[in-house]
Ligand binder design. Structure first.
Ligand code: XMP
Length: 534
């Protein structure tokens, strides 16, 4: 079995908005990489033993006082280096070139970079092909141009000795540089974003050709390595897992089961706030088809009685979270041999917690555990997905035999329908919402729209509105449909679902569910709204 960590790229993060994308592009080449803050400890750098280093972009200016800089130890390593945007400017500045602030010459968004000279990283790349003919002679132009995405205010004015310019753009006369004899490159544009058409190819060339890495980071190899590592870590101990039916905990369950079989016990808490038939489906997938030991705790009654009369969203969240932990701990106590708690922590959680503890990046949120389980439990933590991005988790899940419909499902919040029923939660409301949501989601799947939106669901509004069917007057509840498009769930816009589709869903819900007389579509963006209603 190949060692998937034997060749590895270090990404030094200068706080760029797209640093995680760089890592994903490297992983897509089949090569392991990690993101570390630019001011990492020298020991971390040495221990990492990088096959190559990528310097990210960042929001600062290299000419400002106390600007983040590339550690000298990085520059003295004998490995290939690729500086992107701020990373390139930092290289230039620290190796004796010149960077200047530009009042009116920043480049943001699309730009065209004309390549010149010879450079192993860029030779042969061209977005212009034969369409770019020399109109006078009708001969193909020799110009090699790349369509790229830029985001910089400062620009490089002079390259250090030993470097030459290999790309220019309208507002960056030095848009790409290469060392004359070493594999050290700088590019002002961002190859990690898809708007840079040759970006993925460029990163692949750097990682595979310049750094000489092999494509070992594949779902099959990841699983084999993880299975071996889990067996070593756990030995004969028993492991507990809170299985929610969401992607991360499901993939952990499948992975742990492959590694240690019946030493794994999953606890699945059915809180009565799940989607239609969800509990049965989870049991069917894991217990019946995959032979995973799953304890199903039917706790609908306990959750609903604690939630009775509670209307405040945060209060509801707290009640649901605390009760979940109580029930899970009760079950854990019954399994006195369990020594480990498996969790679905994934790589972005790890990066975000690391960055927030160093305070060196512009950061966002701190990591919270799957299921909100308390860290002071007597169990040791095992986190087999902590090196994986979400898309890698999904691919690994499919490779482990989980159904694609489970692995590619939209996210579902921990408190479930508890925050999709506005105000007080009752069984009647939850049952009605489950039916309406099922109609909406099935229609999205039927019309091939499910995978085109990032998240879709239905919200129950506990207000009554007048309707009419036949000759009869109705006075029934309202539901809102919500479908959003988003990359990171921090901002989102309402999906532009076809009108005819919405009409069909509205009719199916009002005709099929007697207690609903009206369907609305939520067109709010985030911000100012949030994705969920509570
Ligand atoms: P909001 O409503 O904050 O949602 O725009 C952003 C994403 O987070 C999910 N969400 C939650 N997930 N527990 C969770 O596990 C929660 O309390 C919670 N609240 C919102 C939401 O579904 C969306 O994907």
């Amino acid at each position: 079995m190949p060692d998937i960590h034997s060749q590895r790229i270090l990404i030094l993060d200068f706080g760029g908005q797209t640093t995680q994308l760089i890592a994903r592009r490297v992983r897509e080449c089949g090569v392991y990489c990690e993101i570390h803050p630019w001011d990492l400890h020298v020991k971390t750098l040495t221990d990492f033993n990088a096959s190559g280093i990528i310097l990210s972009g960042g929001p600062e200016s290299t000419i400002a006082d106390n600007a983040p800089r590339i550690p000298d130890e990085v520059l003295s390593l004998d490995v290939p280096v690729l500086g992107i945007c701020y990373g390139m400017q930092s290289l230039v500045k620290q190796l004796g070139g010149e960077v200047q602030a530009q009042q009116n010459h920043g480049e943001f968004g699309y730009a065209s970079v004309t390549l010149q000279g010879s450079c192993s990283l860029l030779d042969g790349l061209n977005d212009r092909d034969s369409e770019n003919q020399d109109t006078e002679s009708n001969a193909p132009s020799n110009a090699r141009e790349l369509d790229v995405w830029m985001s910089h205010g400062d620009r490089v004015e002079a390259v250090p000795d030993d470097f030459h310019v290999v790309g220019v753009s309208a507002n960056a006369p030095i848009a790409a540089i290469a060392h004359k004899s070493k594999p050290c490159f700088g590019i002002q544009f961002h190859p990690e974003v898809t708007h840079t058409l040759q970006g993925a190819t460029l990163i692949e060339r750097f990682v595979l050709n310049e750094c000489g890495c092999d494509a070992l980071w594949t779902p099959g190899n990841i699983i084999d390595n993880a299975v071996e590592h889990i067996r070593e870590q756990v030995g004969d101990d028993e492991v507990l897992l809170a299985l929610s039916g969401g992607v991360d905990s499901s993939v952990v369950a499948a992975m742990m089961h492959k590694a240690i079989g019946s030493q794994l016990t999953c606890v699945f808490v059915d809180n009565g706030l799940l989607r239609l038939n969800e509990g049965d489906r989870v049991m069917e997938t894991f217990a019946e088809h995959m032979g995973v030991k799953v304890i199903r705790v039917n706790a609908e009654e306990r959750f609903l009685s604690r939630l009775a009369g509670v209307t405040d969203p945060e209060e509801k969240r707290k009640i649901i979270g605390n009760l979940f932990v109580e029930i899970f701990e009760d079950e854990a106590d019954k399994l006195s041999n369990a020594r480990w708690l498996a969790q679905g922590t994934i790589y972005p959680d790890v990066i975000e917690s690391a960055a927030s503890s160093t305070g060196s990046a512009h950061l966002i949120k701190s990591h919270h555990n799957v299921g909100g389980l308390p860290s002071e439990m007597r169990l040791k933590l095992i986190e087999p997905l902590r090196e994986l991005f979400k898309d890698e988790v999904r691919r690994v899940g499919v490779d482990l035999g989980l159904p694609a419909s489970m692995v590619y499902r939209h996210p579902f919040p921990g408190p479930g329908l508890g925050v999709r029923i506005l105000g007080e939660v009752t069984k009647g409301y939850a049952d009605t919402l489950r039916l309406a949501d099922d109609i909406f989601i099935n229609a999205l799947v039927k019309h091939d729209l499910y995978d085109k939106v990032s998240q879709a669901f239905t919200v129950f509004l506990p207000v009554k509105s007048v309707g009419v069917t036949g000759d009869g007057r109705r006075y029934d509840y309202v539901v809102a449909l919500r479908a959003v498009e988003t990359i990171d769930f921090m901002t989102a816009r309402a999906a532009h679902l076809p009108y005819d589709f919405l009409d069909e869903v509205s009719r199916a819900i009002c005709n099929g569910i007697p207690s609903i007389s009206r369907v609305t579509y939520d067109i709010s963006s985030k911000p100012p709204a949030t994705i969920e209603w509570e």
